[in-house]
Design a protein. Sequence first.
Length: 566
Amino acid sequence: MKNTNEKQTNETKKPVNFVQSIIDEDLKTGKRTEVHTRFPPEPNGYLHIGHAKSICLNFGLAQQYNGICNLRFDDTNPTKEDVEYVESIKEDVHWLGFDWKDRMFYASDYFEKLYQYALQLIKSGNAYVCELSGDEIKEYRGTPTRPGKESPYRNRSVEESLSLFEQMREGKFEEGTHSLRAKIDMASPNMHMRDPIVYRIKKQNHHRTGDKWCIYPMYDFAHGISDAIEGITHSICTLEFEVHRPLYDWFLIALNIDSRPQQIEFARLNLSYTVMSKRKLMELVDENLVDGWDDPRMPTVSGLRRRGYTAASIRNFANTIGVAKRDNVIDVALLEHSVREDLNKVSNRVMSVLNPLKVIIDNYPENLDEEIDAINNPEDASKGSRKVPFSKELYIERDDFMEEAPKKFFRLAPGREVRLRYAYYITCVEVVKDENTGDVIELHCTYDPETKGGSSPDGRKVKGTLHWVSAKHALDAEVRLYDRLFVDEDPLGKKGVDFKKFLNKDSLTILNNCKVEPGLKNAANGSLLQFERLGYFCIDKDSKPDKLLFNRTVALRDSWSKMNKK
């Protein structure tokens, strides 16, 4: 496990934000003497890049202030939760570089305590058992402009509510027939304060407690009390919970709980050309519109990891966008810029040809095989160099040749000389075409043996440099080119239109006839690479020596960097 307290030299410095200002003031005035945060995911899906921002914030603040951060699963809804999600969340948090040590908790750890707190609410006259149906409760609640009306069960006796609540726990009522509601204010301008449900009946097997419980606490009740039980000082959540804060505080006050965590809201991450909703992402998975939660097109942490994103690039991205009080949309190009910056430093360079065109060097010795020195990473001299085989027959990219080339086309054309990366100058002397289609199928060239290493002793210059692989040594590979999953900048922003209508039909292109350097045969799955001149790639988790699979992480072109240089 990486020590996240070590200085991470490849990461940008985290800017000061309003949450830090609140904490600084709390410590200065003595309101708090320590910082204790938590990351509280619901195990009902895989984490996405928005959760990564929250992970970086909560664990990062704990590190900054020499505090601690808990991982706590909000497992209060057994109908949607699964052990698979729990394990994926743990893996994602660790991969991002953070560790909760011995502080992994579940809301279900506190089910008995929460039940006792619910009894306390009833006994103090602050809760009652209601027999309205879900639709009736909604109708009685009113609207933001019209006060609600009280449930006919609101003023039943404490003794009756206690008896009914006990019967709810014993499973004597069916789902939807009874609920425990807090008694607050049906005329409150805050809809969440209009006698919210505290407990509901769900006769579902729980992934940790089995069939022990058939009543489950609501998030608003369980969350604040769980924070208090764990001694959380700063309960940091996204902006949509701002209207829930009065209820968060009300429960703690009504129950006379001494520990009073402070809820602080920040703007959630909204990313262009992306959907940031577990429910919507689950639709894509369930309808087989993507290849699972870790499909490299998905904004999930596992999808980004499989695509070749690094943990450092995601942490840098989170640091760069900062923590805001108001919602805004972040250009996905900034995320792509972050991963390019990191991959440029850490990824080895290799040569790969995605759309091969054969080149035969007529004057190259028939049986000669050479080993050409190639630099592994010009950004990191410690990575050294490698040997790349060179022979009479090569592959180049088909796009690097034009039979009738315009003036500003500096790659290969009849009669034109170019440089082969690390190798020699070659000149095209003949073009071979398919007799039936007229397609170019082969080029014949000559080489200058005096230009080994890619420079000419007589000082002549060429403008084009091509990557290549030796035909007799190349390995076959499948390469998957991923693009943005949606064609619309805001797939959820069109009222009444199904967001799936904006799926990008070209979000995945599979190339089956690619050629790569032979040195990649035994490279580890997950290895991060730059295919020279083509982009950043990684070896897929399902790749095998006899079937190499590569995913494109991101193209070389950096639109964000260019925009910010103007």
